[in-house]
Design a protein. Structure first.
Length: 75
């Protein structure tokens, strides 16, 4: 079934993404398409960057971030 299926290489996909970004930032697309596309790209980049930072330097994903109270009393 997959004999006729051709998958793009990661370089082809990267080339398509660069072309899409070039079109989005240049004047080839109408404004009503260009600005939401730029906003979505920036949002995705920030989200992925924060996720990478959290996994690299912070708590592991799924860790309980709630504050735990201790039974000791402060005098």
């Amino acid at each position: 079934m997959t004999e006729g299926l051709t998958l793009a290489s990661k370089w082809d996909a990267a080339d398509d993404i660069v072309r899409l970004l070039w079109m989005a930032t240049s004047r080839h697309l109408p404004e009503w398409v260009r600005y939401p596309l730029i906003a979505a790209g920036v949002t995705l980049a920030v989200h992925e960057g924060l996720r990478w930072l959290r996994t690299r330097f912070g708590e592991p994903p799924g860790a309980d971030l709630s504050v735990q109270e201790s039974d000791s009393r402060v005098r």
